[in-house]
Design a protein around this ligand. Sequence first.
Ligand SMILES: [Zn+2]
Length: 233
Amino acid sequence: MNTARKARWAVRQSALPTVVKPCLSCTGTRHRPSGKFRVNASGKLLDVWLLLNCALCDRTSKVPVHERTHVSSLDPARLVAYESNARAAVGEWAMSASLAAKNGYRLDWTGTWRLQAEAGLDIPHVLDASAPLTVSVRFELPAPVRVERLLMIGLGTSRTEVRRMVADGRIRLPSAPGAKTHRDFEFRIERDGAVDVAGHPTVPVARSEPRKRSSPGRVAVFGVRPRVLSPAP
Ligand SMILES: [Zn+2]
């Protein structure tokens, strides 16, 4: 019988990233896209800028998107998007890591995304110990997010618990839990006890008890660390 279950999570966009660069008028460094482009035509050559506003003094600054570009080399639909300040085009350039690198500014992705369940299960997902679960995570925006942060939200648990489950082999990730990613990935949550070859449950070891060395094989093979719990009050 196949008891494997699947769920899909999506990292959805809730805001555009903040552009971090010095303002020429004040001490502020944080800029928001104004939602507009400026297009300048000089004969057959075009300049297109993305306009930003300083969050502190509101001064407008511009980031070159196309410089001295021949009008024939630009898709007509693109030009319409720039001239009409199309939201999608603003978003695309405001989130562009290559535009940021080219113009020497940093993008702050704080508060730009939220994790949402697409299919299968709710968020936070309460772990069902009886069946393995495969979760695919899809990114709607290129926000670099720590893998463990997604798991903490998605599973409603702490960083310590996520790291423990990864170390125990209960959660199988394609990268280290502390690594940042903005690309789609899949991870698997094993059945509780699936990591124990001998079939023994992974019993918490109370601090007051002497540590038993009854299953060294499990420790060696899977890197399972005994959980240490505080004695009951
Ligand atoms: Zn300013």
